[in-house]
Design a binder for this molecule. Structure first.
Ligand code: ZN
Length: 393
């Protein structure tokens, strides 16, 4: 959807200070309400297709006056899916779509407001450093041609976009099968940055990784929900389905993305599952597990504790103090990937949540939580999996 605005005088000549606000590109999302005053640009976030969810925004502003103050207001922030998420949140911005930084933002109970005096006439704003489809294509190419993965299968989204399943390893009998999937929730762009960290490390030859790969194969789905990301959704696919609420009743029509992943898991088996996400509210990295499953085992419990202890020992970018409330025994929502896969395969099964805000244990005032930090976390997760591979079964 193209949304732009030009201030015109009576005789239709364009005033030099006219701002253009657009989102007609990959993962764009904004509605322009009033851009007539650069000091008070009124905007709104557009809901997902066939779903009331919204939170993700991504738009470009052209025609700014360098050095002059500009103020932007996301006027419907209080009605978004996670309205408590705006407190303590700072918007991401970039002049070149490569280097992203945070700008101080304030939530006034209704709108999210931010302002800046730009260094360039054009800028992009986003909820988080976007992981573009173009970069995704490059990542798959890198995985196949440099990181030594093979393309096992290609799923199709509702709108026909490819969902590659990659494998690192030969699939020999007896090897552990470690599955990592990402970005079921399309606005959680940190999840594919995480996958880039995995694939980057696979390109390198280090002893820890070699030890892991001697005993395990990695099954990777770098992006589960390409339609949602393309359309600038927060949470759903093109049918308005929340994929992480579709793991019991997925269908080829409404949630082919999950249908594909489940089919492939049945085909190859699963010995460990990690589902990578971002959390809007909590300013820490944490995992959620399947302790509410009816068939939850002591071994799963022990493996979760082991994973958490090792990862928090390795990096300040993981902790165990903050997270979701524990699931009550037997009360788990089996439509969540982590619970569904944990129940089916009785293996270590985790949801990994990274922040949209920052990790308050190690804050970075310039970038907040970022793509780069998501990539480093992925490398650390591989180290932990290497340490644990012999006990996964
Ligand atoms: Zn999520």
């Amino acid at each position: 959807m193209a949304l732009s605005w030009h201030l015109r005088t009576q005789d239709s000549s364009v005033i030099q200070t006219a701002l253009s606000v657009t989102c007609d590109f990959d993962s764009g999302n904004i509605v322009v309400l009033d851009a007539s005053s650069p000091q008070n640009v009124q905007l709104a976030i557009r809901p997902d297709t066939r779903s009331p969810h919204f939170q993700w925004f991504h738009f470009k502003v052209d025609g700014m006056q360098v050095g002059e103050p500009h103020a932007f207001s996301l006027t419907n922030a209080s009605e978004s899916s996670y309205n408590r998420a705006w407190t303590g949140y700072n918007a991401a911005a970039s002049y070149d779509q490569k280097t992203w930084f945070r700008i101080p933002s304030q939530f006034d109970g209704k709108a999210l407001n931010f302002e800046l005096s730009p260094e360039q006439p054009q800028i992009w704003f986003a909820y988080f450093e976007p992981y573009s489809r173009e970069r995704h294509d490059g990542l798959i190419d890198q995985a196949l041609n440099k990181a030594g993965t093979e393309l096992l299968a290609t799923g199709k989204s509702v709108e026909g976009r490819d969902i590659p399943l990659l494998r690192k390893g030969d699939g020999a009998p007896g090897k552990r099968k470690i599955w990592i999937i990402a970005q079921q929730h399309p606005g959680e762009h940190m999840a594919e940055w995480f996958m880039e960290g995995i694939i980057e490390r696979l390109q390198e030859n280090d002893p820890e990784l070699e030890a892991l790969l001697a005993s395990a194969d990695l099954y990777l789905i770098p992006h589960m929900n390409p339609d949602g990301s393309f359309h600038g959704h927060l949470r759903t696919n093109a049918q308005g389905k929340d994929l992480n609420r579709a793991w019991q009743d997925s269908t080829a029509e409404l949630s082919p993305e999950v249908y594909f992943a489940r089919e492939q898991m049945e085909k190859y088996g699963v010995d460990m599952f990690l589902d990578v996400h971002g959390d809007e509210e909590i300013p820490y990295v944490f995992t959620a597990a399947c302790e509410g499953n009816p068939g939850y085992t002591e071994q799963q419990k022990a493996l979760e504790a082991d994973f958490r202890a090792r990862l928090s020992g390795l990096t300040k970018d993981f902790q165990t103090r903050y997270g979701y409330p524990k699931g009550q025994p037997g009360k788990a929502n089996m439509n969540l990937a982590c619970n569904s896969v944990g129940e089916r395969y009785k293996c270590l099964s985790l949801t990994l949540e990274m922040p949209f805000k920052d990790n308050d244990d190690a804050p970075d005032i310039v970038t907040g939580w970022s793509g780069k930090r998501s990539m480093q976390l992925a490398r650390d997760v591989l180290t932990v999996l290497g340490q644990m591979v012999s006990v996964l079964r």
